[in-house]
Design a binder for this molecule. Structure first.
Ligand SMILES: Nc1ncnc2c1ncn2[C@@H]1O[C@H](COP(=O)(O)OP(=O)(O)OP(=O)(O)O)[C@@H](O)[C@H]1O
Ligand SMILES: [Mg+2]
Length: 312
């Protein structure tokens, strides 16, 4: 298998904080690879090491066949980065910001001029393309920053939470753009704490928590591991009895597992749960409040593994 990225025991510590704590990844060329995890999981730190912005404390990695410690220049030349925090020149126009990156990568004017227009059009930014970036809305700045990552047609793209703060419509436009890039044999690494985004876009993903990979696979595969059935979530008043309530629920053969979540809630995985809520009520003998039933999501994968939500 041709790999775009391979890491071995990659680590980055900040004093006592183990931001990235021994990550082993093999990412095939041409794939769209998701990195899903809650705030502080180590997503950005991982991306920074792979894009040679940050030196690892320990371990190593190759990116497009080049070593991140010894061949940073070769890597920088071939990648595009959309950082978590926007990096734009406020006193240049949207168009000038994009042109600047193209020029830095040595593109000829005839190659980047038309392409910039095409990309601005796709992102619904043509009308504002001659405005100084400092006067654009947050969502527009984000879209400009995304185009700055892709203008030079890099072989490998890092998107760090590309759609955070975008409205649903812009989010969809960005998702389409990301998919387009991946189709062109480009490898895309996408970090997010948005489970729908990870689910919709990734061919394969890792879920990370406290700097470690806690599970890996295709979205369907990971959700499949939770087992057939629905996720039933509800609140109880008797929070000190939650373990007991879960044990009682699990005496039903169609309840696969249960977890406490947050301060008041319980999450159960139950086969055909929607139709069998009343049976659960009968055995747990406490009032279920605020009940919701849903299909398995990647967040439920995270809940099963950690007992926490992605966005607590
Ligand atoms: N320069 C730094 N100095 C000290 N601690 C840092 C630094 N950068 C990151 N950290 C810490 O490392 C941990 C991982 O941070 P990181 O930014 O990689 O997480 P993340 O998964 O990207 O989170 P988010 O979803 O909030 O962006 C956090 O505890 C963070 O506070
Ligand atoms: Mg981050």
């Amino acid at each position: 298998m041709d790999l775009a990225i391979e890491t071995s025991n990659l680590k980055r510590y900040f004093g006592e904080i183990h931001a990235v704590d021994g990550i082993n990844l093999q990412i095939p060329k041409g794939s769209l690879f998701g990195v899903l995890g809650p705030n502080g999981a180590g997503k950005t730190t991982t991306i920074k090491m792979l894009s040679t912005i940050l030196f690892p404390t320990n371990g190593n990695a190759t990116v497009l066949g080049f070593n991140i410690k010894k061949e940073a220049r070769e890597i920088k030349r071939r990648i595009g980065i959309c950082p978590q925090e926007n990096v734009v020149y406020p006193r240049l126009t949207a168009r000038e910001n994009i042109h600047l990156i193209a020029q830095m990568h040595g593109m000829a004017r005839k190659d980047y001029k038309e392409r910039t227009d095409e990309l601005l059009g796709k992102m619904n930014l043509l009308e504002r393309s001659y405005s100084l970036v400092k006067g654009l809305s947050g969502g527009m700045k984000r879209r400009v920053n995304i185009l700055m990552a892709v203008i030079h047609e890099p072989e490998l793209l890092f998107f760090d939470e590309p759609t955070a703060g975008l409205d649903p419509q812009s989010r969809r436009v960005v998702w389409d753009l990301i998919r387009d890039f991946q189709k062109k044999e480009c490898t895309v690494i996408l970090t997010t704490h948005n489970m729908e985004e990870a689910d919709d876009l990734s061919d394969e993903l890792v879920i990370i928590d406290h700097g470690k990979i806690i599970t890996q696979g295709a979205p369907e595969e990971l959700k499949g591991k939770l087992g057939e059935g629905d996720i039933i979530e509800f609140k109880v008043k008797e929070i000190e009895k939650r373990d007991e309530i879960i044990e009682r629920a699990k005496t039903l053969d169609f309840v696969r597992w249960g977890k406490q979540v947050g301060k008041h809630r319980i999450v159960l995985n139950a086969l055909d749960g929607l139709r069998r809520v009343s049976e659960i009520m009968d055995v747990i003998k406490v009032k279920m409040e605020d009940i919701s039933v849903r299909k398995n999501t990647l967040e439920d994968v995270f809940i099963e593994l950690t007992g926490r939500r992605l966005r607590d």
